[in-house]
Design a protein. Structure first.
Ligand code: HEC
Ligand code: HEC
Length: 244
């Protein structure tokens, strides 16, 4: 009797194992393609782009514009240009992937989500006088120079000193002004990509009051499938697939 029980028990385990194997194979077959795999597959990419477009219109266009180029007063990067404010994970190739955009959509930028891109804001240098007004004016001229715009040459030595010293600008924007896509700091040599305006007054305002734009987190507002489609759609808008 005991023998029979053991044999039955053994068979039961085998049957259970077989059942588990079948169901895990089935769930692997059901597992959705990742955003990067969708991007890599032309048919899946086309379908996701079609699915993502109306979600973008509904969810993102209020700030990013119906065409992805931005809405007045929203201070957003142009999603269709050849520059990303935030770079991708792939620091070997600089290739921007759908998964990088997926991360931004899920968790946002400075949106209070723990997994988001919560990089330091640009500090306000006019507050508490970490820079005096004449230093802010000089730093502003220096940024005008870096960005290829007309500047007051007399202020450049003091401006360079503020940029590379007290102002700490080089720390986040690099000495050359190139910015850092790891922290979303502006490329000060490419004023067309700036969010807050590129004239003297706008630069001085950025330095005086600081900057820190927010893109909301959508983890609890959109489904993972919607976010995957959206990230493929957004990548399809961009002129460049690298972020440098
Ligand atoms: C702690 C890092 C940090 C420091 C220090 C810093 N910045 Fe920034 N800066 C940023 C970030 C991040 C942004 C982008 C903010 C955003 O996207 O809202 C930015 C944006 C800017 C902008 C606006 C660009 C645009 O898109 O319109 C200017 C101009 C600028 N910085 C100049 C400076 C100057 C000059 C200094 C030194 C006085 C300085 N920054 C110091 C991080 C920094
Ligand atoms: C309330 C306005 C707002 C909404 C809605 C919004 N965003 Fe943003 N988004 C921003 C701002 C502001 C920034 C720039 C943040 C900064 O200054 O660092 C940004 C930045 C981004 C970036 C980074 C671009 C780059 O150059 O690296 C991506 C990608 C992005 N948003 C995608 C989306 C998508 C997709 C949606 C819709 C699901 C969306 N955003 C909805 C305001 C918004």
């Amino acid at each position: 009797m005991r023998m029979v029980g053991k044999v039955l028990w053994g068979r039961g385990l085998l049957a259970l194992a077989a059942l588990l194997a079948v169901s895990s194979a089935a769930s692997a077959a059901r597992a959705p393609l990742t955003a990067n795999a969708i991007w890599a597959n032309p048919a899946a990419r086309a379908a996701a782009t079609r699915k993502g477009a109306p979600i973008f219109a509904r969810t993102c266009a209020s700030c990013h514009g119906a065409d992805g180029k931005g809405a007045p007063g929203a201070f957003v990067p142009d999603l269709t240009d050849d520059r990303w404010l935030y770079g991708g994970d792939d620091i070997d190739t600089f290739i921007m992937r759908a998964s990088d955009i997926e991360q931004t959509i899920f968790h946002g930028i400075r949106a209070g989500d723990k997994k988001g891109r919560n990089w330091p804001e640009m500090p306000a240098r006019g507050v508490g006088h970490s820079l005096e007004p004449d230093e802010i004016s000089a730093a502003t001229e220096y940024v005008l120079k870096l960005s290829g715009q007309p500047y007051d040459a007399a202020q450049i030595p003091a401006g360079k000193e503020a940029f590379e010293g007290e102002g700490g600008c080089y720390d986040c924007h690099t000495v050359q002004g190139w910015g850092d896509t790891a922290i979303g700091s502006a490329d000060l040599t490419r004023p067309k990509t700036w969010l807050y305006g590129s004239d003297r007054a706008a630069i001085a305002a950025s330095v005086n009051q600081g900057r820190g734009g927010v893109s909301p987190a959508f983890a609890d507002k959109l489904t993972p499938a919607e976010v995957r489609a959206l990230s493929v759609y957004v990548l399809s808008l961009a002129k460049t697939r690298t972020y440098i």
